[in-house]
Design a protein. Sequence first.
Length: 215
Amino acid sequence: MTRLFLVLALLFGAAASAHAEGPVLVELFASKNCRACPAAYRTLKTVEAERGDGVLVLTWAVDYWDYLGGKESMALPESKERQRAYVDRFSLRGPYTPQTVYNGLEQTAGNKPTKVGSALMKAEMAAPAGVQLKRSGRRVTLTGQPGSLADIWWVSYLDADDNKTPMPNPVTSVRQIGPWLGGNAEIEMPACESGCALIVQEAGMGRVLATMRAG
């Protein structure tokens, strides 16, 4: 067993008993021109292998390092917008790669296995949000009381054989389905070509309240 696998196995084994509703959303901000990003890809692919359905890793490609090399073809304007919101949320000096964010609650460098394991464990140990997503065919019922305004996001990403990049599950598009203040909401899921997810998150890129794979 390599040192990377050993560190992650110890950390994730300790977190396995924690209660979590739905997978922990692990967001990676990365670029082909980021020298530390390949190590983050390896770390997060190990996370996926160790945790299975307990995590959903999404890579948000950014283009602000394009001046260092070739153009990042997977970059989206929404990636930078999302990361800027996290910069404000976590009072950071500025955006960086490879940044990882865990259910909107924790953030750390994605190429540091020990820090990744610690952040994931803290996200898993957080109190349940009391928000549920229940699927029946193409329809999803959202219930609960978020306590404040929340956003419902539909995210599409390249999954499995569709992903020809080294990034884990690179995001290809994102759109807001609507705001949500609580109670019952019926969501008709759009068509999904590869991998897709519903994400319910406090407005302003706050805490992730619920996540569901929809692909």
